[in-house]
Design a protein around this ligand. Structure first.
Ligand code: NAD
Ligand code: GLY
Length: 356
């Protein structure tokens, strides 16, 4: 049996036909062995997951010659201590250069496992099997891998691409409502940036037209939606893997979001909730600066509302605290905060000339 053609291909390296495939669809886990054998030469695997995902899906993922490492569940475990645990396990197993790590879970598991793969023996293969919507549309694609430190999130990391991404949409059925909506915030983001990403899926209308099916997790429409997101992300990453320019558009809404997460101690909002507020704030900013029409502003607010991506900041969150947090963001250059602002449907600009 052969694998089907990839749903999306990432093509960073112009010399190769494609760097890695992304497969998206129902019940892919049961054929994972086939995909894994087709896209790596590894003879041994270390599968990294967390307790929640292991409880739900350990029996569904059968990979030969694999050992499992089951982490505690939570962002707070994406740290140096867990990094050491995983590395020690790989060393005990005597994984060799030709072997591979498999990240099986959400963005937390994907980011830390990818960083382990990037640094173990100076880099061995890794495979992403994302199980949250956020991971399927964003974090498993594009090769940003990292861990958090006491000084901030994702401060130690690398650009390191996987060999294969296997997004089994059936796993989204067990995702709770809050986590699903968190992923939807990143999905909506793609509608606001797609034309600048050189794509034209008319994604904003796709999301408006199919909002009820999406919210009810219709697997057919979810596959289509995830595929469009991955196409848009792949297009950007192919152009600018290491965020020297264009890739910054993937941070639409994130300048505010990172500051919001920081001032609320990473406990009040999920990342996607903070991104949803951040996107609303950049639309407000663009409207105030007469950069967008009222029609587009209203359309954007309609889309956010359709998915109930409407959150309010706690009263204790002051403008001053947000500005201070933005000035300490790792993306600040020469004391200037970089914003991605909307200018037209699907189009954005990157600018540092915003008076805070
Ligand atoms: P997560 O990995 O913490 O997963 C969210 C929750 O869902 C967890 O409790 C997890 O155990 C649970 N879960 C996972 N799959 C499930 C399933 N199928 N059914 C039920 N529950 C399931 O969070 P996330 O939102 O997936 O990822 C957030 C992380 O991703 C952050 O660390 C963020 O920094 C990172 N991130 C990275 C990139 C990138 O480009 N590398 C992009 C965006 C976010
Ligand atoms: N999630 C932002 C990026 O991959 O660049």
């Amino acid at each position: 049996m052969e694998t089907k053609l990839p749903d999306v291909s990432v093509n960073i390296n112009e010399k190769s036909a494609f760097d890695y495939p992304i497969f998206i669809g129902e019940n892919l886990l049961k054929n994972a062995q086939l995909y894994v054998s087709s896209y790596t030469k590894a003879s041994k695997f270390l599968i990294v997951t967390n307790k929640t995902v292991a409880n739900l899906y350990r029996e569904s993922l059968n990979i030969q010659n694999a050992e499992w490492m089951v982490l505690e569940d939570g962002e707070q475990y994406k740290n140096f201590d867990t990094y050491k645990l995983i590395m020690d396990k790989a060393l005990e197993m005597r994984l060799e250069r030709k072997d591979a790590f498999i990240a099986f879970g959400g963005g937390v598991v994907g980011d830390i496992t990818g960083f382990c793969a990037a640094t173990y023996l100076r880099g061995i293969d890794f495979i992403q099997i994302p199980t949250t919507l956020l991971a399927q549309v964003d974090s498993s694609v594009g090769g940003k891998v990292a861990i958090n430190t006491q000084f901030g999130k994702n401060l130690v990391g690398a650009f390191y691409q996987p060999k294969l991404v296997l997004a089994d949409t059936s796993t989204l059925c067990t995702l709770d409502k809050r986590q699903f909506k968190t992923g939807l915030a990143e999905v909506v983001k793609y509608a606001f940036i797609e034309k600048t990403a050189m794509c034209n899926f008319n994604f904003l209308n796709f999301l408006l037209d199919n909002s009820e099916l999406i919210k009810s997790k219709d697997l057919g429409i979810l596959k289509e939606m995830i595929k469009i997101c991955c196409e848009i992300k792949a297009r950007v990453v192919n152009e600018d893997e290491q965020e020297k320019g264009l890739r910054a558009i993937l941070n639409f809404g994130h300048t505010y979001a990172h500051a919001i997460e920081k001032v609320t101690n990473y406990t009040h909002f999920t990342h996607g909730e903070a991104v949803a507020i951040g996107m609303r704030l950049v639309f407000d900013l663009a409207k105030m600066r007469n950069m967008i029409s009222s029609d587009y502003y209203n359309l954007a607010i309609k889309l956010l509302s359709k998915f109930a991506l409407t959150y309010v900041l706690p009263d204790s969150t002051t403008h001053e605290a947000l500005v201070e947090a933005m000035l300490f963001d790792k993306k600040v250059q020469d004391n200037k905060v970089r914003f991605v602002l909307p200018v037209d449907v699907g189009k954005v600009v990157i600018t540092s000339d915003v008076m805070l």
